[in-house]
Design a protein around this ligand. Structure first.
Ligand code: HEM
Length: 445
């Protein structure tokens, strides 16, 4: 320990003993606790968890260094690549190293903006169907509804076929159950000790196996059919590795399908729910948006700068990925800090996006801050989709989906705030607890 202290210069922060003492405070409200610590330690601090060193930071240069400049020295932790992967497979989000790179290169082209145009009509159709059924009235919790919508959209984009409502329900239910199980594992790792006795993990693995069987059956059916589809599954089936010219195996495709559902539906549902809440409490922005839609088609809304800025501002205040994690492969240093290999680094996007030293009116909803010379500008302290080579592969997909939704929603409905402020639930993603709104159909419809 004495030698380590001399060799490395970690940021100031909490010792092992202090970290242990503060565990409950952290678990009760991680965002509040980390934000408070960021103020106390000027934006970067260390903690010690068992034999692991942690550095948490909201310094944009440090985050950029880890995720982009020196990304080769950082990988995802074992919690992700072993524990989560045990249930959801080794798709993009849950893999590391050469395998991740090979998969990313293969899958990336399917997510280019031009390629995604093929999915636009599928998204719009799902949104139209959903809005037909949207309940109107007082005190409606919009969160479960956006969750259902984004789930339908991702499934429809993966497989352009009609799955029975029973299968849809089964997939959704297993996903939610496994995600909740993992969250508990993450917050209370000691629970894993009891699993062999209680059989809990075995039961969850059985559910995960069932999920894989459903997807495998869809893949096999697709392979037998001669029909062409404009969906992501067809893109995966037709993609070939550069070096071997081979396609992905069925099991690899299942892994990637699972990951796209995992990464792609809750993040977008959270963002849409926060956005609707913000619009309900910011009448001026909502009116400006509605005005900006006059005379334009739904496809044109992808070029609407004010809509882009509004979505950006919602993701600044409520980044669905409120933090991420990386592990140092070798010793490294940044500025005056130095730290050993295996140090876990936590970029805290939530704190960065609300740092009063970096943003004016940091707690206010001001979409205009993103517009420079009538265009949405890339701001350097803003990381809603991460950064570097592991940046979100679905960012254009998510923006298209949210844009189509807001356009269609505001054409058909009005929202009013209810005075109930949604609570933040920082789980794997930043969920709102409930988003209670008054929803009214527009008179002209
Ligand atoms: C508002 C919606 C979304 C947000 C805020 C979001 C955010 C992020 C962030 C921050 C990362 C990087 C995590 C890290 O560096 O550790 C990420 C990765 C990823 N996202 Fe998204 N995401 C969204 C929607 C989507 C959608 C719709 C899809 C798929 C259709 C998707 C698929 C992925 C995948 C596969 C990765 C892993 C990429 C890799 O490691 O190579 N995401 N996302």
């Amino acid at each position: 320990m004495g030698i380590e202290k001399k060799k490395y210069k970690l940021p100031v922060g909490y010792s092992l003993f202090q970290t242990m003492l503060k565990t409950n405070e952290f678990l009760n409200n991680p965002i509040k606790f980390i934000s408070k610590s960021m103020v106390a330690f000027s934006g970067t601090y260390s903690a010690v968890l068992g034999n692991k060193k942690l550095i948490l930071t909201q310094n944009p240069e440090f985050i950029n260094y880890i995720l982009k400049e020196n990304n080769r020295n950082y990988e995802k932790s074992e919690f992700v690549t072993k524990r989560a992967a045990k249930f959801f497979g080794n798709g993009l989000l849950f893999s590391n190293g050469d395998y991740w790179l090979k998969q990313r290169r293969l899958i990336q082209p399917a997510f280019h903006r031009e390629k995604l145009k093929g999915l636009n009509n599928l998204m719009i159709k799902s949104i139209d169907d959903y809005l037909l059924e949207l309940p109107v009235g007082k005190n409606i919790d919009i969160y479960p509804l956006t969750h259902q919508l984004t789930f339908n959209i991702i499934i429809q984009s993966l497989f352009d076929i009609k799955l029975s409502s029973q299968i849809m329900e089964e997939i959704h239910q297993i996903f939610t159950e496994l995600q909740d199980f993992l969250i508990k594992d993450l917050n209370q790792p000691f629970r894993q000790f009891f699993y062999p006795m209680t059989g809990t993990e075995r039961a969850k693995l059985k559910k995960a196996k069932r999920l894989r069987e459903i997807f495998l059956e869809i893949i096999l059916k697709r392979k037998e059919s001669n029909k062409q589809y404009d969906d992501l599954l067809d893109m995966f089936l037709n993609s070939k590795y550069e070096d071997t010219g081979e396609s992905m195996s069925n099991e690899q495709i299942v892994d990637e399908l699972l990951i796209l559902i995992f990464a792609g539906h809750e993040t977008t549902a959270n963002t849409l729910s926060w956005l609707l809440y913000l619009l309900s409490t910011n009448k001026e922005t909502t009116q400006k948006l509605t005005d900006s839609f006059h005379g334009s088609t739904i496809h044109e809304c992808l070029n609407n700068e004010y809509l882009k800025a509004t979505i950006n501002e919602a993701m600044r205040l409520y980044p669905a990925a409120w933090m991420t994690e990386r592990v140092a492969i070798e010793d490294d240093k940044f500025g005056s800090y130095s730290f050993p290999k295996n140090t876990i680094i936590i970029p805290f996007f939530f704190g960065l996006h609300r740092d009063k030293n970096l943003w004016n009116e940091e707690l206010n909803f001001v979409p205009e801050r993103f517009i420079i010379n009538n265009k949405v500008a890339k701001l350097k302290n803003y990381f809603p989709f991460g950064a570097g080579p592991r940046m979100c592969i679905g960012n254009n997909f998510a923006i298209a989906e949210m844009s189509f939704f807001i356009f269609s929603f505001l054409k058909k409905f009005q929202i009013q705030a209810t005075g109930q402020i949604p609570e933040m639930k920082p789980l794997i993603t930043l969920r709102p607890d409930k988003v209670i709104l008054n929803i009214k159909r527009n008179n002209n419809l």
